[in-house]
Design a protein around this ligand. Structure first.
Ligand SMILES: [Zn+2]
Length: 300
């Protein structure tokens, strides 16, 4: 005699009963844990277990940082493909595909608005658009953000997420480094604050120009920031690179960054920095003697 008896029939789910799990969970690339997408979104796309910062789009970035009621500006510029460039496919086709995918004209979005009530101009790069590469349109759009900041005497924030200059536009891409840098020099002369926020990744011509020219250069945790990639450097200098090389923590330790700010802290941090940087120049009120003392103390 058997103790337990199972009926022969199987459990048959009703035909309309389907459980969809695909697309509801995301695996964290750093700690490997599955995260429910709603939790990830509520946590500003940061892993709740290990604080890994997922890449986010330019529009999400602006939405996250600016108070409601901001305006998107300077859109409508499109590349003219000056070199009629073709690699695996024509650059024109690639542009069209990326425009359709992202809903943007190029790898940049400008916005004017407020951060905790303080006026700002924001220029955010879109990594999903040909790796956030900087061609003539990206350069021109950032230059227009600089002009806006200058005209209205408003602090500027540029958020970088880029593989560097866009090779499909050759020299026209490289000229953007000088153009944006010249604009930022005018902003500096006018005494208007510029904050550079570097996110994962920030590379090439972007690092070599505006990303490192901020009055305040800050980055998100764990962001890869550099000029050339680690493999290229290793092959060139024929040496093994130290651990964590080109991560924001390494850069902060070696004096290339002023601060690392987690995404959750970013808005209050930026508001505080802008508030502080927009104060009247208090240094001029100090006596020369005090300044010298401070310099000596710092040297000690
Ligand atoms: Zn994680």
């Amino acid at each position: 005699m058997t103790w337990f008896k199972r009926d022969a029939h199987e459990i048959v789910p009703p035909s309309d009963h389907e459980v969809r799990t695909e697309g509801l969970w995301t695996k964290c690339p750093q700690c490997g844990k599955p995260i429910w997408n709603a939790d990830l979104e509520a946590n500003l796309q940061v892993c709740p277990y290990c604080s890994y910062h997922f890449k986010i789009s330019a529009r999400e970035r602006i939405e996250m940082l600016l108070d409601p009621g901001y305006d998107l500006v300077d859109s409508g510029l499109r590349s003219t493909d000056p070199l009629s460039f073709c690699d695996l496919k024509p650059y024109k086709d690639r542009l069209q595909k990326e425009q359709k995918k992202t809903g943007l004209d190029d790898a940049i979005v400008n916005a004017v608005g407020k951060i905790n009530g303080l006026d700002v101009v924001v220029s955010a790069m879109e990594y999903n658009f040909i790796g956030g590469s900087m061609g003539a349109v990206v350069g021109e759009t950032i230059a227009r953000a600089v002009d806006r900041a200058l005209e209205n005497r408003t602090p500027l924030i540029i958020i970088s997420a880029s593989g560097g200059a866009r090779m499909m536009e050759g020299i026209a891409s490289l000229m953007q480094l000088a153009k944006v840098s010249a604009g930022l020099a005018r902003l500096d002369e006018a005494g208007i604050p510029y904050i550079s926020l570097m996110t994962d990744p920030t590379f090439g011509g972007v690092t070599a120009s505006f990303a490192m020219l901020g009055d305040l250069n800050i980055a998100e945790p764990g962001a890869l920031i550099g000029f050339a990639g680690p493999r290229v450097i290793e092959q060139t200098i024929r040496q093994k690179l130290p651990e964590g090389f080109q991560r924001s923590e390494f850069l902060l330790e070696h004096g290339f960054l002023d601060a690392i700010v987690s995404r959750k802290e970013l808005k209050p941090y930026l508001a505080n920095a802008i508030h502080w940087m927009s104060q009247p120049n208090v240094v001029e009120l100090e006596t020369t003697e005090t300044s010298t003392d401070t310099a000596v103390a710092a040297a000690d």
